[in-house]
Design a protein around this ligand. Structure first.
Ligand code: UDP
Ligand code: MG
Length: 227
């Protein structure tokens, strides 16, 4: 019987001052990728969003030992959404997953993501079951944001959809070509581009190392910009 071609999954990881988290993240991804190695090849795209710490150095260490690891580096901090778009521009995968570096988006979900992709889903939104580490203020800002956006928009957005998601190569191409605005709201875009959609629920863990890059000021600015 001819051998079935393996799927390639690209993992895009936006990183801003993540030197402490990168080794943990890589270790987990590597472990899960070994478990999936019969069906799936991996490509790891770290996007350094103008970090001031040793983020680039940590990724370069990985590049020396693992040919699946790549880096895109920004000259200054442009923000997570810009970093994800830069990763998308480089991603070659049949399926592309976007994940935070701090392990709040659990790599254990990757086998189920690939399964949904193989069933024909082009947009796989990851829905948090709980987000205790986010804190009260962030949860309130987030709930208010979705209430406003759903009142204004024809497309209905899943309130708990996180910025952990996966899309097919075709869906990635739609984002690359048609969503090049300066103010971006990627987790919303992915829900509006068509394709067969599904959700997977996951439990958000606490950040593995380092600290959140979002101050209340930054969060409010993002919400106002997006609306
Ligand atoms: N991040 C980024 N650029 C920024 C802020 C954050 O690339 O300007 C990355 C960060 O390194 C992490 C992800 O976006 O991989 C989510 O950030 P964080 O964990 O600080 O957000 P939170 O979990 O607190 O929402
Ligand atoms: Mg986080």
């Amino acid at each position: 019987m001819p051998e079935r071609k393996k799927d390639l999954i690209s993992i895009i990881v936006p990183c801003y001052n993540e030197q402490a988290a990168i080794p943990f993240f890589y270790k987990e991804i590597d472990r899960v990728s070994q478990e999936m190695k019969e069906e799936t090849d991996f490509e790891l795209l770290f996007v350094d969003d103008g970090s001031k710490d040793g983020t680039v150095r940590e990724v370069k260490k990985l590049i020396e030992q693992d040919s699946r690891v790549h880096i895109v580096s920004f000259s200054r901090n442009f923000g997570k959404e810009a970093a994800i778009f830069a990763g998308l521009a480089q991603a070659c995968g049949d399926v592309v997953a976007v994940m935070d570096c701090d392990l709040q988006h659990p790599p254990e979900c990757l086998p189920e993501i690939v399964r949904k992709f193989e069933e024909g889903c082009g947009v796989i939104s990851m829905v948090r079951t709980k987000n205790k580490s986010a804190g009260l203020i962030k949860n309130i800002t987030s709930a208010g944001f979705y209430r406003v956006i759903n009142a204004l928009s024809d497309v209905k957005f899943e309130p708990n959809a996180s910025d952990f998601f996966a899309i097919s190569k075709e869906a990635a191409e739609v984002l690359r070509k048609n969503y090049r605005e300066k103010v971006r709201f990627l987790r919303g875009y992915v829900q509006s581009i068509g394709f067969q959609k599904t959700t997977i629920t996951y439990e958000a863990h606490d950040r593995v190392a380092g600290e959140s890059k979002y101050s209340i000021k930054k969060l409010l600015a993002f919400s106002l910009n997006t609306i």
